[in-house]
Design a protein around this ligand. Structure first.
Ligand code: FEO
Length: 164
């Protein structure tokens, strides 16, 4: 059985992953209105991934005979700047998620919950990927510049991302 402390912390993380999903969906809606369907696709796939992260945590709480309490999801930003600014925001957001996952892991260590430590390793690895994806796209956008042709090229590339 999971400790109450760790259960509550995972519940908070479920909420933050759902907020992440909501934030990416808001970004996707923004890109749709800009007619950047590739960027909209990439952020929509990410929305689905974040929902998956929340559900992975949700299931784990029950696997350990804990309880899930769902709280209100904060409103995400609705106004955004340029694509490169958005990906810089994404990187900052993912760095925050990484710090939250690290704190969860530290709690699992403190609670001597070895099963939770192993479970959380998946999220630690996932955050390496999440930060790398955002960094790669920032680098690409900065390299190609912000002309219309560059944007169309980047949009085509991001449009190729498929859901896992
Ligand atoms: Fe669920 Fe993007 O971290």
């Amino acid at each position: 059985m999971i400790s109450k402390l760790l259960q509550d912390a995972i519940n908070e993380q479920i909420n933050f992953e759902l907020f992440s999903a909501y934030l990416y969906l808001s970004m996707s809606a923004h890109f749709e209105t800009q007619n950047l369907s590739g960027f909209a696709n990439w952020t929509h796939v990410q929305y689905q991934e974040e929902t998956g992260h929340a559900m992975k945590l949700y299931k784990y709480v029950f696997d350990r005979s804990g309880a899930v309490t769902l709280k209100a999801i904060a409103q995400p930003a609705t106004k955004f700047k340029t694509p490169v600014d958005i990906f810089k925001e994404i990187l900052k957001h993912e760095q925050k998620v990484t710090s939250l996952i690290n704190k969860l892991y530290e709690l699992a260590v403190k609670e001597k919950d070895y099963a939770a430590q192993i479970f959380l390793q998946w999220f630690i690895n996932e955050q390496v990927e999440e930060e790398k994806n955002a960094t790669d796209i920032i680098n690409m956008l900065e390299m190609i510049g912000d002309s219309s042709v560059s944007l169309i090229m980047a949009d085509r590339q991001l449009g190729a991302r498929k859901a896992n």
